[in-house]
Design a protein around this ligand. Structure first.
Ligand SMILES: [Mn+2]
Length: 243
């Protein structure tokens, strides 16, 4: 058996103990679909980040705290959530290096918001306060059950990948994409118009979603498995073509 593709997981930052953490659901989902997950370091060291970027066959930009709105040119809204500037700085610096390699990525929750900002997009800092007071995108526990529908863009990358134009997803976010970043393609919207997925058509694999497929992979949810499977498979192919 060949070496599994190495999938870098970007971690969250714990302010109290200055620790980095990753939910094991991400680890399990990558493992289950054929990848070898490893946690990237929270550092701003360019040399280390460059080495890490070249080591990765793919990167999973994980969920987490809100980004500081100054990163997309906005003032802090009173309903913006918890901020972790350490993660913002390290992740931005890493992504600037990694995205230039053209290698695959998958973004989840904060991941879609973060990547959108990296492409020059902006965010609603709080959906009820800034987008629509009636919109509910924070479901109660349990999180491994669908909460709302997502209509996928017909003829889009994600619709082709999943073989359908509508899926049911979970939802644990209070921010979302406002202005879509340059060169990105909208891949799906909730019924209230909230953007739930995009892709970068210039990349072998660049997909980001607002929901949490890693919660549903364990329950063998078809669309969540297809998302992780296709990501890891493209990382495997990209790895071979670069060697
Ligand atoms: Mn949602």
């Amino acid at each position: 058996m060949g070496r599994r593709p190495l999938i870098g997981l970007f971690p969250s930052y714990g302010t109290e103990e200055k620790q980095q953490t990753v939910y094991l659901r991400y680890v399990s989902a990558v493992e289950k679909t054929g990848g070898a997950p490893f946690v990237l370091p929270l550092t701003e060291n360019t040399e280390v980040l460059t080495q890490m970027a070249s080591l990765c066959d793919g990167v999973l930009f994980t969920g987490g705290d809100d980004m500081h709105p100054s990163l997309y040119g906005c003032c802090l809204h009173e309903h913006c959530g918890t901020l972790t500037p350490v993660r913002d700085r390290c992740e931005t610096k890493f992504a600037e290096i990694y995205l230039k390699t053209g290698k695959p990525y998958l973004g989840i929750c904060r991941g879609i918001q973060f990547l959108n900002v990296m492409y020059g997009g902006t965010l609603y800092q709080d959906i009820p306060a800034e987008y629509n007071r009636q919109s509910v995108h924070r479901q109660p526990k349990p999180y491994d059950v669908p909460f709302h529908k997502v209509r996928l863009t017909e003829g889009g990358r994600l619709a082709a990948l999943l073989g359908k134009t509508e899926i049911s997803v979970n939802s644990m976010h209070h921010q979302c994409v406002k202005k879509l970043g340059a060169g990105l393609a909208a891949e799906g919207f909730a019924e209230d118009g909230v953007l739930e997925a995009f892709s970068d058509p210039a990349r072998a694999y660049g997909i980001a979603v607002q929901w949490h497929p890693e919660h549903l992979v364990g329950k063998d949810d078809e669309a969540s498995l297809a998302l992780f499977n296709s990501f890891v498979k493209t990382c495997e192919e990209a790895k071979r073509s670069l060697k």
